[in-house]
Design a protein around this ligand. Structure first.
Ligand code: MRU
Length: 343
């Protein structure tokens, strides 16, 4: 399944704010509208955001009326600025924009630039799906038969170019006949677990139990959960990993119960410019997401509210990081350096 795609000068996407109650396909031809969709989380998940950003630049290339290379590049840089301002934490967004701009800048002919930008955006999505499948294949070796697996947020086909990262590992292990029971954290406040992961797992026929986030420790203590696997929005060179808020607490719980804690992500999620998680910008979202559920206010008016969308799990809490290049164990500064060479 894919949640986004390119169709003759338009980008279509599955509205993830409407799922699972309704399946709404949206179409965009203006990069500014696509940027707004990213900000509103109609498309979300680090690799999918990267794909969407690439398509945003492909839209600019397709619809541009610029008659010379300089004007064309200026339009692309303007769209890049707009896209860079949408969501700050997932590095895939910046990675995809940089790759698209480098492609444009390396080409002299206007028509070739246009065609190359569109084909590169499509390639970014195809490559991401391929990377996810390799992550699934490699990571499935870490899933023993007959285990309870806890996951957080949504890391499936909806969050990527296709197939998924942590959820891709679960799907692959299931398809190999391993008996798995997935504990799905609902993932407050935006409920990606309850709305999206539960929907994907149900579609795949994988046994699951939806739990609220504060139940995770209980199920670990009850020995229902034997491993945790999550995705990532940005991984620093030392292995510190930003992911959906609540991931850090899960890593501490997993450590306290002696449960392995795995991170699955494509190499496009590794930020090769930062040495630790201290440099990762954490997105602060609207307080409305916390004080409302389904548009209904659940907290008193006029109270202070915090809504960081991500937290950083320190490398020492992570058992292994799974990328398309293989399974990387600590020390990550050493094991991830091989990925850098291939990215
Ligand atoms: O705010 P979101 O829904 O974009 O956050 C998504 C996550 O935190 C995912 O775990 C991460 O992007 C990995 S998706 C393969």
């Amino acid at each position: 399944m894919r949640c986004i795609g390119w169709q003759e000068g338009r980008v279509w996407l599955l509205d993830q704010t409407a799922l699972p109650l309704s399946c709404v396909k949206l179409e965009y031809s203006a990069p500014s509208d696509l940027a707004a969709a990213i900000r509103m989380m109609k498309i979300r998940g680090a690799p999918a955001i990267g794909v969407a950003a690439a398509y945003g630049l492909a839209l600019t290339a397709y619809h541009s009326t610029a008659s010379n290379r300089e004007d064309f590049l200026r339009e692309l840089r303007e769209t890049s600025q707009l896209l860079r301002g949408t969501r700050p934490t997932a590095v895939n967004l910046f990675w995809a924009i940089d790759r698209m701009l480098a492609v444009a800048e390396g080409e002299r002919n206007l028509e070739s630039m246009r065609n190359l930008l569109i084909s590169t955006a499509i390639r970014i999505q195809d490559e991401d799906e391929e990377r996810c499948r390799r992550i699934g294949e490699g990571g499935s070796a870490l899933i023993p038969d007959g285990v309870g697996v806890l996951t957080h947020c949504n890391t499936g086909a909806l969050a990527t170019g296709g197939f998924g990262t942590a959820l891709g590992v679960i799907l692959t292990a299931h398809s190999k006949g391993k008996r798995i029971h997935v504990y799905v954290d609902e993932t407050r406040p935006a409920l990606q677990g309850a709305r999206l992961t539960a929907w994907e797992l149900k579609g795949a026929g994988i046994p699951m139990t939806l739990i609220s986030d504060n139940m995770a420790g209980h199920f670990m203590k009850e020995k229902k959960v034997q491993l945790v696997i999550v995705g990532a929005d940005r991984i620093a060179l030392n292995g510190d990993t930003a992911n959906k808020i609540g991931t850090y607490s899960l890593s501490v719980l997993a450590g306290a119960h002696g449960i392995p804690f795995y991170v699955a992500a494509p190499s496009s999620t590794i930020d090769f410019r930062i040495s630790s998680g201290d440099s990762i910008p954490i997105e602060e979202r609207s307080p409305k997401e916390v004080v409302e559920i389904g548009g209904i206010r659940i907290a008193p008016e006029d109270i202070p509210v915090a809504n960081p969308a991500f937290d950083v799990t320190p490398a020492e809490n992570i058992t292994a990081i799974i990328t398309e290049e293989g399974i990387h164990y600590p020390p990550f500064a050493k094991s991830l350096s091989g990925v850098a060479a291939n990215a």
